[in-house]
Design a protein around this ligand. Structure first.
Ligand code: HEM
Length: 383
């Protein structure tokens, strides 16, 4: 089979300079586009939704490495989700809220009043880490290795260094396996997430270490990087729209919907992968069986045929169309946790400080595969 000619390159300087603008342009010119890096990328909302909802045609088994539940198809995927979804129940989120508020309060109290800080270096990752550890019930001595691990993971992903990525994944596994071993030897009495996962049953057996490590790795990768990115996008938007800060202070009940609309425009996640099971025709293109397909969230959520004037912040849009947390079988199980963390942090920020863009430092946009900002400096004043 001959390889299609590339239509675009996600790593090109043009695509990276301003990812949203680059994807908007690509969606208008060539909405189903081939690249050597990503295979077939789907840029339109309707094409992404049709891939998300056609499990007979699109598979999530895109890698030889075990990835629970992201890289698994039904019926096994359904079994895993039955276990996983319980960890994000309303009751659990309500129980976690006070601790999450405390972490947010401490983070906001430590802000430099009448000073500036780079949200991406000095604020967002630490809040994400603290909240993640609170959710997982992980001890303070795991915070530092996790912090180092996130930094190394980010560097390895950015440099596309496969050996470094494997080494970082291995390092994470080592930390988690040590936690599991410890929980096992202390009789799994604990009520943290690792101890609970050790007791979970999949049919007639317990989950094995490889499955638990994979679940925890996905929760950690899913959480730390994406939550940080979201915080950067939200703070930047608020800093640049003083009227929005006033509106949300006056009507805090608008905050959950406002967060999702800001993140629709700003797209914290760029893409996810699939593989075709059979030959499929999509967006006028014939894609063979077994091909790599990339769902471009960062484009689909800004598709003007679904979201009129996509750059405008509007609270009257249909939330069911927002693909922030995906859709279909693989819809994000961690959405309730993400929503909780982002809401309580924004509540604390809005209650305590005014945010304005820095007058001395310019924002630096993240480049693919990261999203949002790699640096965003904000000025903080007391309310
Ligand atoms: C604002 C933050 C977050 C965003 C924007 C986000 C977004 C998404 C999206 C779009 C998907 C669908 C991927 C696909 O269809 O291929 C997804 C799946 C997933 N997310 Fe999230 N997520 C966030 C936070 C979290 C958190 C906090 C966790 C867990 C602690 C998490 C765990 C997962 C997992 C395990 C999946 C795979 C689900 C499956 O394959 O069945 N995410 N997320």
């Amino acid at each position: 089979m001959t390889q299609p000619q590339p239509d675009w390159d996600p790593y090109s300087s043009a695509a990276s300079a301003n990812q949203s603008a680059g994807y908007d342009d690509q969606r208008r010119r060539c909405p189903v586009a081939y690249s050597d890096a990503l295979g077939w990328s789907l840029f339109r909302h309707r094409d992404v939704v049709s891939a998300l909802t056609d499990d007979a045609m699109f598979s999530n088994m895109v890698s030889a490495h075990l990835s629970v539940p992201n890289g698994i198809d039904p019926p096994q995927h359904t079994e895993y989700r039955r276990i996983i979804d319980r960890y994000f129940s309303i009751d659990r989120m309500e129980a976690l809220e006070p601790r999450c508020q405390e972490i947010a309060r401490q983070a906001v109290q430590a802000l430099p009043i009448n000073g500036e800080l780079d949200v991406m270096a000095e604020f967002a990752p630490e809040f994400a880490l603290q909240s993640q550890c609170a959710f997982l019930g992980w001890p303070a001595d795991l915070h530092r290795p996790l912090r180092d691990w996130v930094r190394k993971n980010h560097a390895a992903t950015r440099s596309r260094d496969r050996d470094a990525m494997s080494a970082v994944a291995f390092e994470f596994d080592r930390h988690i396996r040590a936690v599991l071993e410890e929980r096992r030897t202390t009789g799994s009495e604990g009520c943290d997430v690792a101890s609970e996962l050790l007791r979970e049953r999949l049919g007639d057996r317990t989950l094995n270490d490889q499955e638990i490590v994979s679940i925890l790795r996905n929760w950690t990768v899913g959480e730390l990087a994406t939550i940080s990115t979201c915080i950067g996008i939200l703070i930047a938007f608020l800093a640049e729209h003083a009227s929005m800060q006033r509106l949300l202070r006056a009507q805090p009940s608008l905050l959950p919907a406002a967060i999702e609309e800001i993140l629709r425009i700003g797209s914290p996640l760029v893409s996810s992968r699939r593989r075709t099971r059979h030959r499929v025709r999509i967006g006028g293109c014939e894609i063979e069986a077994g091909e790599r397909v990339t769902l471009m969230w960062a484009s689909a959520n800004r598709d003007e045929s679904t979201f009129e004037h996509p750059d405008e912040f509007r609270l009257d849009r249909n939330p069911a169309l927002n693909l922030l947390y995906g859709a279909g079988l693989h819809v994000c199980p961690g959405a309730p946790l993400a929503r909780l963390e982002l809401r309580v942090l924004m509540e604390e920020l809005l209650a305590s400080v005014e945010l304005t863009p820095s007058t001395s430092s310019r924002p630096i946009r993240a480049v693919y595969p990261a999203s949002g900002f790699s640096a965003y400096t904000v000025r903080v004043t007391k309310r």
